[in-house]
Design a binder for this molecule. Structure first.
Ligand code: NZQ
Ligand code: ZN
Length: 386
């Protein structure tokens, strides 16, 4: 196992009827900016519960953070934070609202002129203004990690940021929020969390036995829960297991002491930036080709995955590894997500080269756990996903 340090300061408040507890977590004199998305929280009753919990506080609101949180929109919220001297942010939504809240937390204290530099120049945030979240869509794990991904339509960029100052102080995880999520967003959450585990697990063996078992147990839980939650999203047991799996998949625990990949996410963000494809769908598109292309370096972990997670008992290491990839692709399809780029856009030709060029320009010339996947490889992987 590799050396590691692990600190996750986010307080999780999990279960039914927990939203009222926001009031216990905020400083008494906080001036709060409540941030949310396109209005789903007004239709499903979450907004009313949050407002009730905030009734004793000084609260302003910012509505309209879009999926793939947009820089220009966030700048409007930043203006309010500065003009109104906001001291606490509360993001109520899925990964997009929470990521937008993290950007604002960092940008509010950023002393440079252009907050986009935080993303473009990869400036780590050690201190932001404090924030909490109410998660409404299990998927990204953003509710318990310190990363965010922000889009800028003007330049077709989608870049990540983060830093130890960007953990939420608290996150409310009420599985009943799942009841109102549209079918395809539940599928997205399943595919995103599943791929988060894969990116931290399908690398090469390093003897981190417990980490492997953590990853395998999350994958197995997602596989077991998927048909139940897709059949009945008001099944509380399924909703709670779905929600906690998504959080555990990317709260930092399973990546400690092990190599990680993240090339699928790196390529996927570019597909979203170019075509607006949902984040989770980009992962389903790229995962099979990424694993076929890198079979040689990943086959031992792929075979272990096939064996332990999917129960594949026959064949050589290579045969089991291939079975593991086939099972993964089948899983995405079974939850209703297509795995070919051409299912999402007719303009796919040339995408591979465009993305490879972007990687080259950014100096992303060694991706993956071995830091050896070149832009030329990226081009081939994406072509395989057409
Ligand atoms: O905007 P509203 O009206 O809230 O509607 C949202 C949105 O349209 C809707 N929704 C959310 N909760 C709902 C609901 N509808 C009904 N009932 C509810 N309870 O769902 C739509 C999608 O929401 P979004 O927040 O965009 O989805 P998700 O949670 O999948 O987040 C995706 C974003 O997170 C980033 C992605 O790149 C993407 O930008 N990621 C963030 C990560 C992180 N911070 O750690 C890691 C991930 O790999 C990912 O990159
Ligand atoms: Zn993801």
């Amino acid at each position: 196992m590799n050396n590691f340090e692990f600190k996750n300061p986010t307080k999780i408040i999990f279960g039914k009827n927990q939203i009222a507890k926001i009031a216990n977590e905020l400083p008494r004199n906080a001036k709060v900016l409540l941030l949310y998305g396109g209005g789903s929280i007004k239709r499903n009753g979450i907004y009313d519960k949050v407002k009730l919990a905030l009734s004793e506080f000084d609260v302003l609101e910012f509505e309209g953070i879009p999926p793939n949180p947009e820089y220009q929109v966030l700048l409007n919220a930043l203006k309010i934070i500065k003009e109104e001297k906001i001291t606490y942010l509360l993001g109520v939504g899925g990964g997009s609202v929470i990521d937008g809240t993290k950007f604002l937390s960092a940008a509010a204290l950023y002393e440079g002129k252009t907050p986009w530099d935080i993303l473009e120049k990869k400036i780590r945030t050690i201190k932001g203004i404090p924030f909490g979240t109410v998660l409404t869509l299990p998927a990204t794990g953003s509710e318990m990690n310190s990363g965010a991904v922000i889009s800028r339509a003007e330049t077709k960029q989608k870049l990540s940021m983060g830093g130890s100052g960007l953990f939420p102080e608290f996150s409310i995880l009420d599985p009943e929020v799942v009841y109102s999520i549209p079918y395809h967003q539940i599928s997205n959450g399943l595919a995103d969390s599943f791929t988060h585990v894969l990116e931290q697990y399908i690398t090469y063996p390093i003897g981190a036995v417990l980490q492997d078992r953590f990853s395998e147990s999350i994958l197995q839980t997602i596989i077991e829960t998927a048909p139940r939650i897709l059949e009945d999203k008001t099944d509380y047991k399924a909703a709670s297991n779905f929600m906690w799996s998504c959080t555990m998949a990317l709260n930092g625990l399973i990546q400690k002491g092990v190599p990680t990949d993240w090339a699928i996410h790196g390529m996927g963000h570019e597909l979203t930036a170019l075509f607006g494809i949902d984040h989770a769908c980009t992962l389903a598109i790229l995962t099979p080709s990424h694993y076929y292309y890198n079979l040689e370096t990943k086959k031992e972990k792929l075979a272990q995955y096939a064996e332990r997670v999917w129960g594949v008992t026959f064949g050589s290491i290579e045969e089991k590894a291939i079975k593991g990839i086939e099972k993964t692709e089948r899983f995405f399809k079974d939850i209703g997500i297509s795995t070919k780029l051409s299912d999402y856009t007719n303009n796919y030709k040339g995408a591979a080269q465009t993305i490879a060029n972007t990687f080259e320009e950014r100096g992303w010339v060694g991706m993956g756990e071995h830091k050896k996947i070149s832009p030329k490889d990226i081009e081939k992987i994406i072509e395989m996903a057409y």
